[in-house]
Every structure is written in structure tokens, then in C-alpha cells.
Design a protein. Sequence first.
Lengths: 214, 241
Amino acid sequence: MEERSWIQEFLSIPGNELFCEVDVEFIIDRFNLTGINTSPERMQDIIDVVTGYGNEFDSYGDPDMVDDPTEIMARHFYGMVHARFILSTRGIQKMLAKYLNGEFGKCPRALCRGQAVVPIGLHDIPHVSFVKLYCPKCEDIYHPFPLRQSSIDGAYFGTTAPAMMFQAYQKYIPRHSSEQFVLKVFGFKIHEHAELARWQQKKRAELEQERSGH
Amino acid sequence: MSESMAYYESDGTGASSMDETWAMKFCMQSCNQYFCEVADSFMSDEFNLTGLSQLVPRYKEALELILDLEHENSVPIPEIPLINQSGELLYGLIHARYIITRQGLLAMLQKYKSNDFGTCPRVLCEDTGLLPIGRSDLPGYETVRLYCPCCRDIYMPTSERFLAVDGAFFGSSFAGMFLDIMPGIEKRASQIRKQQFQLKMFGFNISPLAKFGPRMRWLRQTPESEDFQKSDGGGIDPSVL
Ligand SMILES: [Zn+2]
Ligand SMILES: [Zn+2]
């Protein structure tokens, strides 16, 4: 049987489909690791694990029940390197390919009609918040589904990656729509809801006018 | 459906050997989690069924089925699947009418309280409870959506098992009527609604005039809107810079 690399093992854990494969060259370049909070003595061990082959811990059965300290540190290290990698040219390309393939899932908003989303963190510091999904059509953030993705640290994706990606590849920004849902009762729009929707449409028109005049 | 068919054939009368009614069985199926049990008294009152006979094929047999009545005329076996289908359609249409009555709204309130409809997937709605809704009140047009009273938007159910449930079985008016009897929901939502998400790059907002800048802020904006995480400076880890 062909031996899989540690990274391939990691990516095959359910939930980890949100991560892309970080290039080994990126991981071994110490410049990219500046400031990653791993004790210097352990750093080389962890790099060796992450860039190595096989995974001695998968034989324990449930991949989520990892208690080996080196494996835990290796996974955290991979996540933090991943956050930086996806800001690099190569990393953006890899995340873009996954986005275009719909591998991160779809926007749950009905009027976004299955628009593909990208993972995003609300913080760049680890252990603060879980990963979310950013929809480039409605420009809002959603909880991931399935649930196995919902306990992944958001810092492994960071706050900046989606903006970097759509700045670099503007042609993949979906077409925005002015369509909006307004609640009705017996066919009549609720007054206060219709009022807000009108106000929002006015805001939209103002922005579009400003943009076209620019 | 195959389940109800089997029971139907073996029994012949539609009367259950257990004390389970057809409606109970229907509501227990996992794809029907959003439905409440329509009171027997409502279903047997012909006034509440006005006009439905034109929408439902084999109406009479379908009604007998969902009321657990014995069929007046015997039903040929090849027609059983059609009658089962008609029964579900009829139940759905009666359900849409029932849930906008006082009794039906209360039945749905129980389900709302036990989180049967789920919570809004939008992060800034802070788990506001959803309500099932159909944009069309006529069957066959669109499957069920979920309305969030906080962002006032509609969502696809996350689980695939709901993606074949007709929206007309919940109708367009239920959500509005429900919120009307539950003013506490809007009170909470009006506070949460002020927050807005803004995509950032290294902690900085992107100008709405930039080519790839935000163009959808209006969608979640209210006159009181404020930025989510405004004081956080974007929370950027300085080592990334
Ligand atoms: Zn969207
Ligand atoms: Zn919402």
C-alpha cells in the first residue's frame, strides 16, 4: 500500500476539506514561519512530522480523538502555516480552484441560488472563534454545514484571504443582485418591512451611482 | 411513503392497530419535521376544506385516508400510491390553513420552542430561530424555505431531506402571523440587526468604490447599522504583516 504523506492524511480527516494542501517548500522556509508560536526546540520536530510520511496516530481509530501532544501541535502548526500560505500567490490559486469547484459548499441564502462560498476567520489569533463561510454574492458570513467543519479554528483561514483572492481574481466575483425578500401576509407586504426594503434599495442605488461616476 | 403503503395494504381499512393516526405517522417522518399535527376537529370541518377538492386528485379517498376513516368504496390496489400521494398533498394544504389559526399558531409555537425549524445560518443573526415559509401558496411551485425574523431573509434548509417538501404546505402568511403574536422575537431581533459584517484586508475596510469593493451592504443595512468588530481593529495578528 502506498504511504500517504502526513498532509494527505490530515486533509482526509472529515471536516478538513476546507483546507488546501500547503506546499512543503513553503513550510520548510523559516521566513514563512516567523512569529508562529511554537517553542523553538519543538519547531524542527513538528516540521519533520508535518512534512513527513504516514501518521502513526491514525491507527487509534477515531481521528478526532487525538491526544498525542506532538500530533496536536503538528495540526495547529499546519493550520497557522495554512493561514499564511493562502495569502501567497500559490495559496490563493489553490483556494480559488477549490472555490470554483464548489468544495467549500454553497451559500444557504435562498436568493444566492447555490453561490459557492469560501472559508474565512473572524480573527487571526487562534482559539478565539471558529471558521465561517463568506459568500461573495451577498457579502455576508454563515456558519458552516456540515457540523464537523464548525469546530475548526477560524485563525487557520484568517480574516484577509477572501479579500486577497477576490482582489487578485476579480472576474470570479459573482454578479450581485438587487433581489430582496419582503415578508407578506395574505399577499400584502408588511408596512414596516416594505419601508426598510425601500430604504435599502435607495442605499443600493446611491452606491451604484457613486461607483459609476467614479 | 412505502411505509404507509405497506401498512395500508395489510390492514385494508386504514384504521391503525396501534393508536397512531395517519397524521401522527406523517409528522413522525424525518422529512416532515416542520409539520405540526393538525387537530382532527379542524380536518373534519368541511368549512376549512373549501376549494381543496379542486386541487387534490381522488380527493374523497385522500380525505378518508388522512382522517383514518374506512373507505366507502373499495380502492383498487394500483391506485393506492396515487391516493397516498393525494393524502399527503391534502394534508399539506390543510396544514397551511391550520397554522394560521389560533390553535395552529400555538402548535407551531411548541415546535419553534423545541427548535424544530433550526436557527439562522447567518453568523450575525446569533442563532435566531427560523420559521418555515412558502413563497407560493399554490402547490408545485417551490419547495419550503426558512424565514429569519432577524435578517428578514429566506434560507434553504441545510438538510437534504427537506429539499422536496412543498413550500405551499406552510404558505406565505404564516411567518408574518406568527411574529405578530410573538412580539418578543422582533424585540430581540431589532437589537441584533444593527450589526453588519464587513470584509477586511489586514484589518482595513475595503473602499466601496474599489473595483472589488463591497456592493451589498445595503442588504443588511438599517438606519441604525454599525460595524461588527469595529473596535477590534480587524483583530489582525501583527506577525502576519
Ligand atoms: Zn450569499
Ligand atoms: Zn438571519
